[in-house]
Design a protein around this ligand. Structure first.
Ligand code: ADP
Ligand code: MG
Length: 242
């Protein structure tokens, strides 16, 4: 089960959608590489955490009611000074006020700016009949327009993970393309297996969306995370969350 303080919060607030900060904390023990992420409730706190984490940083709005943060101007990347962080904090609060006036705002997420990698997506869902499954795809149009994704039921075997990363049509982009080096496919396979093990441990999880995960020539790193829990499993009344 998710940690008790988290479950208490979700029940009290009648929601099943975790914020990015909650989702990353919940997933951290799984072994999936995730960029360190902290919640800041004030501008000063955001600047202090940026200094702790090291420059440059990314700031994002944190709200259980804002699913696509960039759609409302809720993501500020490449912040390289205390002044830039302070301004980004104010801009995020202003964006939330004007573009999502009814959203519950927890604060902002502060995280190191990860070097650009090739963007992939790791996801998971729950089928009423077959249970949890894991999904792998490339970011952007590959998933949205082309539905170029691979699925396997949990528990994944190492062979499943090996096949998943190779069976998508966009695989040549991971293998190395126009002089780019290949990405670390083994690290993606390990992340898929770690996600599968996490789901086996957490029957209360309904949905996981790690979008994007940056794939590098060495290693990979999730920079965004969304988790939705099963309201029935938590006994959260229907309509809570979404
Ligand atoms: P959302 O999907 O809710 O709009 P994301 O957290 O995915 O917001 O951020 C939007 C984009 O910003 C990502 O697709 C990624 O390209 C970039 N980004 C987000 N977090 C980081 C980070 N820590 N380091 C580098 N780039 C990031
Ligand atoms: Mg995202």
């Amino acid at each position: 089960m998710a940690s008790l303080p988290l479950l208490d919060t979700l029940r009290r607030e009648g929601r099943t959608v975790l914020t990015e900060v909650e989702a990353k904390a919940f997933l951290a023990p799984s072994g999936i590489p995730i960029v360190p992420t902290r919640l800041a409730r004030t501008q000063r706190e955001a600047v202090r955490q940026a200094k702790d984490l090291g420059w440059p940083v990314v700031l994002k709005i944190v709200s259980p009611d804002i699913v696509h943060k960039s759609d409302i101007g809720g993501v500020k990347t490449g912040l390289a000074s205390a002044a830039a962080v302070a301004r980004a904090y104010r801009d995020l609060m202003e964006a939330a006020r004007t573009r999502a006036p009814h959203a519950r705002i927890h604060g902002v997420a502060v995280q190191p700016m990860a070097p650009q990698g090739r963007e992939v997506i790791l996801g998971a869902g729950k089928d009423p009949q077959f249970g949890h499954y894991v999904m792998f795809g490339l970011g952007g149009v590959w998933v949205e327009a082309l539905r170029d994704v691979a699925f396997r039921l949990v528990p994944l075997t190492p062979r499943d993970a090996h096949q998943m990363v190779r069976e998508i049509r966009g695989f040549p982009l991971l293998e190395g393309h126009r002089g780019q080096p290949p990405v670390d496919l083994a690290s993606l396979e390990r992340a898929l297996l770690a996600l599968s093990a996490f789901l086996e441990k957490h029957p209360e999880v309904r949905e996981v969306d790690l979008n994007p995960v940056f794939a590098y020539p060495q290693g990979c790193l999730a920079v965004d995370a969304r988790v939705v829990l099963d309201g029935e499993a938590l006994r959260i009344p229907p309509g809570g969350g979404a």
